[in-house]
Design a protein around this ligand. Sequence first.
Ligand code: SAM
Length: 276
Amino acid sequence: MPAATLHVVATPIGNLGDLSPRAQQVLREVAAICAEDTRRSAQLLGHFGIGTPLLALHEHNEQQMAERLVARLLAGESLALVSDAGTPLVSDPGYRLVRAARQAGVRVSPVPGPSALIAALSVAGLPSDRFAFEGFLPAKASARRERLGALAGEPRTLVFYESAHRIDESLADLRAAFGDERPAVLARELTKLFETVLDGDLASLHERVLADENQRKGEFVLVVQGVGEDTDAKLAEGRRVHAILAKQLPPSAAARLAAEITGAPRKALYGGGSGE
Ligand code: SAM
């Protein structure tokens, strides 16, 4: 008998046709499937006529379940791990179980497939040779702004997950931290009926989201271009200098001087949407 394996299986992020034949086979053959929300996964499995038993594994019971699951694996039963949608462990539970299995010497093997992160990056048309996945921004405004402040000088493309009820606030905070002109792509409801991929700069994306209620519905991935070596760095520096000068000078004079000092375009500093 081959050694037991913990299979980490990606599932669709919207379109059920994206469950690969190998994923179906593995889910059919394992002794049990660990799922974040068993009711949701039961619907997916039902669609494919897969009757494998489901076990709940979520962030609140993962630590305690991990031990029991590893015992089953060591006893020779293969298991699968799925999340509600996409790839487990990507802004989803599972790393404690995977770590426990690996530490116990159990084979852990991926069945790769959909992930909103990669799907969004693949259609964004922004530099993608290097990128940084930031997951969800903090829910609290102060923590969110602090995080964005720390990321404003990041040269790699940034990828964020966002939900419908915070997309407006997050875009507003991104504009304040990164500037209105930063190129970005908002990918919504990927692989679903109302899939939309909007591109432009942060200001235009935010305005489109505010103007159309439908653009605030569903699930989002926001892909934001990193700071370019030349223009963006100048702009960031111009904004910093402008903010200091504007404490003592009228905004237009502060913008003129900040532009002269840093080489940033004056127009982008004066009324440039930094919220100052
Ligand atoms: N593990 C999943 C993956 O690999 O994509 C992500 C799970 S995370 C809890 C859920 C978030 O992923 C959503 O809030 C949204 O930001 C993003 N997401 C999931 N499905 C999506 C879709 N079809 N279109 C756009 N974003 C999606």
